[in-house]
Each structure stands twice: as C-alpha cells, then as structure tokens.
Design a protein around this ligand. Structure first.
Ligand SMILES: *[C@@H]1O[C@H](CO)[C@@H](O)[C@H](O)[C@H]1NC(C)=O
Ligand SMILES: *[C@@H]1O[C@H](CO)[C@@H](O)[C@H](O)[C@H]1NC(C)=O
Ligand SMILES: *[C@@H]1O[C@H](CO)[C@@H](O)[C@H](O)[C@H]1NC(C)=O
Length: 433
C-alpha cells in the first residue's frame, strides 16, 4: 500500500507527509460523499414539493372548465377538461411556487416525465401514485419509506419499526445516506435497542425497547427506577440499605464561612452571604441573625435594626456648622449645606470659588461672551451658533456620521473613522481651552 522507501523509513519525514496526505484525502472523500448524500436528500425533498404542488393543482382545477365559449363543442373536439393539456399546463405553472432555482431546474429536466405521467397514467385512469412514479421510479432521488441509498436498501430493523422505533435511519426515504441508525437519547446499538449508561431497560420484547433515565443520585448505571435502583451513589449521596441513595445534608457540618449561611441541595450545598446587619446568621435577611453587626441591635423578634447614633448621642458632630448623618451601622459628620470641609473645618462656600469650579469655556466662546457681556448663566444655543470653532466641530462630527453610514459594510473603515474621531475630539478638547 505504501511505497518501499516509506515502509523502510516509517519514522522518516516523507512518510509522515505521506500519512498526512492519506488522512487528508480520506477526510476529503468522506466529506464529499456526505455532501453528495445531502444533495440527494435535497433533491428528494424538491421532488416531494413538486408532487405536493401537483396534488394542490389537481384540487384547485377540479371545478374548472375551458374558460367561456362553447364548452360542449370544445369538450367534444378537445377531450374532457379533466384530462386535458389545458389543465396540465395550469397545474404545471404552479409546481414551483416557492420560486427556488433548484425546483425550476429539476422541473425543466423532468418536464416531459410529468407530461408522460399525465397522458399515459393519469388520463388513462391508472391509479399510479405520482410520488412513486416521479421521485422513486423515474427520477430516482427518493426511496420508499424506511429504505435508503442507491438501491433503496432496507433500514436496520425492518420496514415496520426500523431502529426499533428509537432512532432514525440515516437517509431513509432518499437515495442517499448510510442507513445507520442514529439513536434517540438514552439508546444505543446498531438497532437502538440497548440502553446507554445512565439509563435502564424499563421494558422490552422482540420489537420494542423502552429505556428510562436513572435517578439523579445514581453514579453511573442502575437497574430500576428511583434511588433504590442505583448500582452506586454519586458524591454527595449516601447508600442506604432500605431507601437506596440518600442526599447528605452537608449543612449539618457547618461548611460555610462565619458570615454565610448554608442551603442544602440535591447532592451538594450552597453558601450565601448573610445580611449586612448580621455577623452570623441562619438565613437571608436581618431577621435571621445569630448575632448583630456592630452598630446594629436586636429587638424582641430577633430583628437586627440599625442604631441611630445621631439620636442616641447628642454630643456627636458638634463642630461648627457640622451635622450628624446616620448610616447603616455607623454615622457621619457632614458640613451643613453651603459649607465645605477644608482642613477639617466647615467653611462657607465662597461665590468665586464656586464659579471657578465650573468647566472652563473654549477661548473663542469666552471671548465672545466677554464682548457681548453675557454671563455664563444665560448663554443660549443662538450664541453658540455664532462661534466658528464650535460650528466646525459639529460639522466635522456630522461628516463622521455620514462617512460611517457609507462605510457601514467595512469594519476596518469604521475602525479607522472611529480612531480619527477620537483624535479629533481629544484635539478639540485640548486645543479649545
Ligand atoms: C411514508 O411516510 C409518510 C410520512 O411519514 C406517510 O405519509 C406515507 O403514508 C408513508 N407511505 C407508506 C407507503 O407507508
Ligand atoms: C411488544 O411490546 C409492544 C408495546 O407494548 C406491543 O405493542 C407489541 O405487540 C409487543 N410485541 C410482541 C411480539 O410481544
Ligand atoms: C423589630 O423590628 C422590626 C423591623 O423594624 C419590626 O418589624 C418588628 O415588629 C420589631 N419587633 C418588635 C418586637 O418590636
């Protein structure tokens, strides 16, 4: 199979390449044949659609007639409408009503066949099924139910319940496919009549197999339903002679941190954080504390409420112009409104310091405002409009917007535009001071 020099130098480089080549070729062939069988399956479904539309066409033309004229004469000389070419043409017009290219090309190729069916079979009152005639026998793109492949071979498990009714036969009904059973979940084997690990056989006879999923507590396999059926228990479950696998309540061993509480789950447990009012707790909320956090006190219903330090101790925050503000678990000394803390003393906020904190205006705008004598307060949009650099800025932004609209199909162009825009914005922000 391999050239001599290859067998001699199995470890050699050229042979590695040879193997790679063979493997790749095999993969290519397998994928090609897969594509091929998919194509066959697609052709079969196109043919099915055509047949379906043909039946619809038969129905919709059932009550039709030759339009107008002397129907009696026409029927005599042209034959009855029911089997006429006129009716066939009407039906043929709508055989590809979804407008797919594939359908039209198939129909073009097999138009004569449909006509032959019409005159030789349908008009002769033979009870030939169009699907069998067209798709299976003449176009040879479909197979009878439960058969597959070029020669319409039978699917595994016979043609009543192939794959034991627990899976699908690959390619069934088409001229493609491998005919292998693809089993539903829980089933395995060539005939899908065996149960996968994690499932047990609930019922079976010659033709039927029913697999059911094992109980959640089973480690791998089981022989029957429920926790008693397990062949072994999962972690977090304990074997019990009478009851089977039983959930272990890990919370009994206090596995969580001090400021957490534990919730048992099937086979495990979860730790949740206590409420901020608790140091330790038995559940969620400030009413499940074992012990309150500092700054909280417990009332008679075991509720940890926040102490109001400001009310309890009137000596707090007695600095000049200070006020006491209660917080969860504590308090803060703040300055009265209109005051700010400087060197740990509350000082009245000066008017000048206030305005100097506002963002600076661009020079053009500042100059403009100086000239017109306006104050910042009553700057309105109209005044902005007269300032060239602001106008330019908005113009550039608009240009970016428009460019992005047209560059919408190229990620690279959008990225470049965004970058330019960021540079522009930074430039504008730094240069306009
Ligand atoms: C084949 O299967 C289709 C749908 O599954 C069904 O409508 C049709 O009657 C079947 N044909 C035969 C011959 O069993
Ligand atoms: C097997 O079981 C199915 C489902 O219960 C039943 O319909 C079928 O008749 C049985 N077949 C035989 C051969 O007992
Ligand atoms: C304890 O405090 C909570 C929350 O303020 C309140 O709902 C509850 O009635 C209080 N219990 C008593 C006995 O005062």
């Amino acid at each position: 199979m391999f050239p001599d020099h290859c067998v001699m130098a199995v470890r050699g480089r050229s042979c590695k390449n040879m193997f790679t080549f063979i493997v790749l070729t095999l993969i290519l062939f397998i994928s090609l044949s897969e594509v091929d069988s998919k194509k066959t399956a697609a052709k079969c479904s196109v043919c099915k659609d055509i047949v379906e539309n043909f039946q619809k066409g038969l129905l919709s033309t059932q009550k039709s007639n030759y339009g107008g004229g002397n129907t009696k004469w026409e029927e005599k000389s042209l034959g009855s409408y029911a089997t006429s070419e006129v009716r066939l043409v009407e039906i043929m017009e709508n055989l590809c009503n979804d407008g797919s290219k594939e359908c039209h090309s198939v129909l073009e190729e097999y138009e004569e066949l449909v006509e032959r069916y019409w005159f030789k079979e349908f008009a002769q009152k033979k009870e030939t099924d169009l699907y069998n005639y067209l798709c299976i026998e003449h176009m040879q793109v479909c197979c009878p139910n439960f058969t597959f492949g070029k020669d319409c071979s039978q699917c595994p498990g016979g043609n009543v319940r192939p794959c034991s009714g627990n899976g699908n036969c690959d390619g069934a009904g088409t001229r493609g496919g491998s005919g292998k059973c693809r089993c539903n979940s829980g089933y395995m084997g060539d005939l899908c009549n065996q149960c996968k690990d994690g499932y047990f056989e609930d019922y079976s006879n010659e033709t039927h197999t029913l697999c059911k999923v094992c109980h959640i507590s089973c480690k791998n396999t089981c022989s029957e339903e429920g926790p008693k059926g397990c062949d072994g228990c999962k972690d977090g479950w304990l074997e019990n002679e009478e009851l089977g696998c039983q959930d272990i309540n890990e919370c009994l061993e206090d596995p969580c941190n001090e400021n957490q509480y534990c919730t048992n789950t099937q086979g495990s447990f979860t730790c949740f954080s206590c409420d901020g009012a608790c140091v330790s707790c038995t559940g969620s909320g400030p009413d499940k504390c074992n012990e309150c956090s500092p700054g909280f006190s417990m009332n008679e219903t075991k509720f940890c409420f926040d102490n109001n330090e400001c009310e309890a101790d009137e000596t707090l925050c007695k600095g000049e112009n200070e006020v006491c503000k209660n917080t969860p678990g504590s308090y803060e000394c703040r300055c009265k409104s209109g005051f700010t803390r400087t060197d740990n003393v509350c000082i009245r906020v000066a008017k000048e310091t206030r305005s100097s904190k506002q963002p600076e205006l661009p020079p053009n705008l500042a100059e403009h405002l100086k000239k017109t004598g306006s104050k910042r307060k009553d700057v309105s949009w109209d005044k902005f409009k007269d300032i060239p650099s602001v106008n330019g800025h908005f113009l550039v932004m608009a240009l970016y917007g428009i460019s992005c609209r047209f560059a919408a199909s190229s990620n690279l162009a959008i990225f470049a535009l965004s970058l330019l825009m960021v540079i522009h914005v930074v430039w504008f922000a730094t240069n306009s001071r």
